[in-house]
Design a protein around this ligand. Structure first.
Ligand SMILES: C[S@@+](CC[C@H](N)C(=O)[O-])C[C@H]1O[C@@H](n2cnc3c(N)ncnc32)[C@H](O)[C@@H]1O
Length: 397
């Protein structure tokens, strides 16, 4: 939409040229597919086309100079608290490992390794699976700066390890960056949103039949729970098949321990609330949020909230237990916030103000406190998990 484009800061000439290369790649695929591709494929190309997509190419992305910030970027408190559930899991086994998916700038890996070292609970190995070559290089650099003595424990893997993992698997804001299908309630039933070339240049939506049988099954589960009448004509929903498949694959390659998934989102009933008429898709460009995913391909982040009920079902389907589900605010409160605040009491006054602001951003309901959730899945580990047992909200899933 030109209106949205006009409200955003203008990309510079290099960024515009890059955006044109990404558009050309997407147009090429649309032409080869006969005129349209599912929105999920458009999102995958815009974010991950090798060397071109938003996450694959070299823009700053995370942090104040990029497009968005995540909890580990906002404050070291997040890693400090995440170390608490890692400690008992790693202590319960010899040679337990941590595997982090989508490690972004490396902030969480640095904070976790520092805190686990302090707690005397380091993993035998800290593995990272990262799709983006650019981010892999930045992670290595950041770890070299902040924990050079621990760098020999860190490895980058191309995918899931061949030997089923024992320890912790972590994914913070990774599932919300996976491509989603979009479906819309049309006059004669549900249709999928595809992307085609627009007559005036750029891209446009085109409704079509559901592209995968699994979408029909997921839609049926949503309608059974919320009622067909909740969704009038024009209502748009996102369905994230990639995240369910990811949970199933990760669960199948997991021997023992805990998987922690942290993301914006909620249970099915809230996620597909009838008032969310346009779904949850959001784009971020230089810290401005908007809803038009068809502009600035390759230059902006595209994300959709995570439906945690679907993840829990996928996990149970591969024999994992749902060990905990709570909001970020309760996770931090039950997992070390008090201890963190006591430490801060010794900091100089200006530093204390800055740190207090970080705590507010992570915990207030209008910020990340309630909208951000933590889901714990386990196999062969049933001791209480610090942070997750403080307020157990599994009944809402
Ligand atoms: C929004 S960023 C979050 C980065 C980091 N976890 C943080 O919290 O700052 C999303 C990250 O997920 C990665 N990603 C997306 N899908 C992935 C997948 N299937 N496997 C591994 N990484 C993935 C992206 O490359 C990117 O690093």
């Amino acid at each position: 939409m030109p209106d949205t484009l006009n409200e955003l800061p203008a990309p510079d000439a290099d960024a515009r040229a890059h955006g044109e290369r990404v558009s050309a790649r997407i147009c090429d695929e649309i032409d080869r597919a006969g005129g349209r591709i599912p929105f999920a494929r458009y999102m995958e190309l815009a974010l991950y086309a090798p060397g071109l997509g938003y996450y694959s190419a070299g823009s700053v992305k995370l942090g104040e100079a990029g497009d968005f910030v995540t909890a580990p970027e906002i404050s070291p408190l997040f890693a400090f608290c995440l170390a608490r559930p890692c400690r008992p899991v790693l202590a319960s086994m010899d040679g337990g490992e941590i595997l982090e998916f989508g490690a972004g700038s490396g902030a969480l890996a640095c904070g976790l390794l520092e805190e686990l070292e302090r707690l005397g609970a380091l993993p035998a190995r800290y593995a990272i699976v990262e799709l983006s070559a650019d981010l892999r290089a930045r992670q290595r650099e950041r770890l070299r700066e902040c924990v050079p003595r621990l760098l020999d424990r860190v490895v980058w893997l191309e995918g899931l390890p061949e030997t089923p993992l024992r320890g912790m698997i972590l994914a913070n804001e990774v599932l919300d960056a996976m491509p989603v299908h979009r479906v819309v309630r049309g006059p004669d039933g549900w249709r999928e949103l595809y992307v085609r070339r627009a007559e005036t240049g750029g891209f446009a939506y085109a409704p079509g039949p559901l592209s995968e049988p699994r979408l029909q099954e997921r839609l049926a589960a949503i309608l059974a729970e919320l009622g067909e009448e909740s969704f009038p004509e024009g209502h748009v929903l996102e369905i994230n098949l990639a995240s369910e498949r990811w949970v199933a694959a990760v669960g199948a390659a997991f021997a023992r321990g805990v998987i922690l998934l942290a993301d914006y989102g909620g249970p099915r009933r809230e996620y597909y609330h009838p008032e969310r008429r346009a779904g949850t898709l959001r784009c971020f460009y230089r810290h401005r949020a908007h809803g038009d995913a068809l502009i600035l391909p390759g230059l902006q982040d595209i994300t959709a909230d995570v439906e945690f009920t679907a993840l829990a079902e996928a996990a149970v389907g591969v024999g994992l237990e749902v060990a905990g589900y709570t909001t970020q605010a309760y996770f931090l409160l039950g997992g070390g916030l008090m201890e963190w605040e006591q430490r801060l009491a010794q900091a100089p006054a200006p530093e204390r103000v800055r740190l207090a602001q970080q705590i507010r951003r992570l915990t207030l309901p209008g910020e990340m406190g309630e909208r951000f959730k933590i889901l714990a899945l386990s196999r062969g580990f049933d001791a209480p998990l610090p942070g997750l047992s403080f307020r157990d909200e599994r009944g809402r899933l």
